[in-house]
Design a protein around this ligand. Structure first.
Ligand SMILES: C[S@@+](CC[C@H](N)C(=O)[O-])C[C@H]1O[C@@H](n2cnc3c(N)ncnc32)[C@H](O)[C@@H]1O
Length: 203
């Protein structure tokens, strides 16, 4: 059994394994390999760089999923055929927003599983401005770092979100709250209004 860290496990938990899946920016392809173990029949594992795709190929062969994982060289979703569940993880929020914006096959049934390493507030603002909604967010913790993992759908209703929601989203995990509060305290040196959205922390 492939053992993923908490961050990748939290992502895997939100993927529908009976759908057409793509992992954009797959790098090592451990997540697609684990999803195959969990029952996925076909996954596209894409990356913009040849080096990560070579690492992905090595893992796909090592775990024997060559007939179920297709490796694709692609900038975002440009060379990716229509999929239902699209994973974009381990990148900055601005890049993830660009990749989602480049999706040409969104429907009401499309799901994005997004995990920004930085600038989650930029990603949330983009998502709502473009007619997406966050269905749920879960906390994930690898090492001492707190992450958020978003499950996102498309409604077509465009909305402007407030700063509190942009920074915290639907993630109510105390460790994520503490991380965002710390970020806001630093940012408040340039924008004191951000102190107003800091949330109470559970001890
Ligand atoms: C830090 S790794 C994250 C790997 C994995 N998704 C994870 O969450 O652990 C980021 C990967 O995204 C790829 N990448 C960066 N920009 C990309 C883009 N525009 N389209 C596809 N892949 C991209 C990089 O080549 C790299 O392999």
């Amino acid at each position: 059994m492939i053992r993923l860290d908490d961050r990748l496990s939290a992502i895997a938990a939100l993927v529908r394994t009976d759908r057409r899946i793509c992992d954009v920016g797959t790098d090592h392809a451990l997540l697609p390999c684990r999803l195959c173990e969990l029952g996925a029949e076909h996954i596209i594992a894409s990356d913009i760089n040849e080096g990560p795709l070579a690492a992905a190929r090595a893992n796909v062969e090592k775990y024997g999923f060559g007939d179920r994982i297709s490796l694709v060289l692609s900038d975002g979703l440009k060379n990716v055929p229509p999929c239902d569940d699209i994973i974009v993880s381990g990148m900055g929020g601005e890049l993830i927003a660009d990749i989602v914006a480049g999706c040409s096959f969104v429907s009401a049934d499309t799901r994005f599983i997004l995990q920004p390493m930085t600038k989650a507030e930029v990603l949330r603002r983009y998502l709502y401005s473009a007619g997406f909604e966050i269905i749920l967010e879960n906390g994930a913790f690898s090492g001492s770092k707190a992450y958020t993992v978003m499950l996102v759908g498309y409604t077509g209703e465009k909305r402007i979100i407030d700063s509190g929601f942009a920074y915290f989203g639907k993630n109510t995990d105390p460790r994520y709250t503490a991380k965002v509060n710390s970020q806001l305290r630093k940012l408040a040196h340039g924008d004191p209004a951000l102190l107003d959205i800091i949330r109470e922390e559970q001890k």
